[in-house]
Design a protein around this ligand. Structure first.
Ligand code: 4AZ
Length: 250
């Protein structure tokens, strides 16, 4: 995250940290049900060599390299479901589901540092200008060598599809499955390492997961907002793949 501030996991308790073998950080994610984490498809492209048995998922982590056994919950990945229409050149349908399982065979246990986030009802769209929150362990600047050691969060405003599809921004690279968000002075953005993590927006006093960090040109660059997978276009897909009712996934 470029800009924004360091934040304890208790402020974003749905944030998941996904690692591959040798404790290498892969991507962020969001806990949408006790056994299910939503993330980005591009995190699991082969080449990164992230096969199922190499992956582990942590909840309740404020610092990427520190273990707090009281707050933290760790899981293996029982199923990795990458969207069947994910396009690795356009990043269309950049969404994936991970079914998690703890050492004792269970799923996430709700606590102050780990809880699910609501998924909004299908096709819900918020108006441009609404302020939402992104969170992640990604780089603090495009030029940084390392990811942030501590979880960060930042506020960004939703942009209209018309603005984001303008030639000045991204033109036709924006599909109907993407939404854009940025800060008015372009100082705040998601960055490398934040992929798969949440864009949450408050509606009626509750936090809803509207986006998954997907791509963007550079980080916090003028006229190049962050691009997010539009979660509300995938309610049926999430219900079908998880077996949860559509009510549970929005
Ligand atoms: C990345 O490389 C990445 N500024 C994610 C988000 C953005 C840029 C890059 C958005 O994972």
């Amino acid at each position: 995250i470029v800009g924004g501030s360091f934040t304890p996991i208790e402020s974003n308790p749905w944030v998941a940290a996904i690692f591959s073998k040798d404790r290498k950080f892969v991507c962020g994610g969001s806990l949408i049900a006790p056994c299910w984490v939503l993330s980005a498809a591009h995190c699991f492209e082969n080449g990164g060599g992230n096969t199922l048995s190499d992956l582990s998922v942590f909840l309740g982590k404020s610092a990427i390299n520190d273990t707090d056994p009281v707050k933290e919950q760790s899981f293996t990945v029982e199923k990795l479901i990458v969207h069947q229409k994910y396009n690795m050149s356009s990043f269309d349908n950049d969404i994936a589901l991970l079914k998690i399982k703890s050492r004792s065979g269970g799923c996430a246990v709700r606590s102050a540092s780990a809880r699910t986030v609501c998924v909004p009802p299908s096709r819900t769209q918020l108006p441009a200008g609404v302020q939402c929150t992104i969170a992640g362990y990604g780089k603090e600047s495009h030029r940084a060598w390392h990811y942030s050691k501590i979880l960060k969060q930042a506020e960004v405003n939703l942009l209209s599809q018309t603005d984001c599809k303008s030639e000045l921004y991204y033109g036709d690279r924006i599909t109907k499955n993407m939404i854009c968000a940025g800060s008015p002075d372009w100082s705040t953005d998601a960055c490398s390492g934040d992929s798969g993590g949440p864009l949450v927006c408050e509606v009626g006093g509750r936090m809803f997961l509207f986006g998954v960090v997907s791509w963007g040109e550079n980080c916090a660059m003028k006229n190049k907002p962050g691009v997010y997978t539009q979660v509300t276009r995938y309610n049926r897909w999430m219900a079908a793949k998880t077996g949860l009712s559509e009510y549970m996934v929005g």
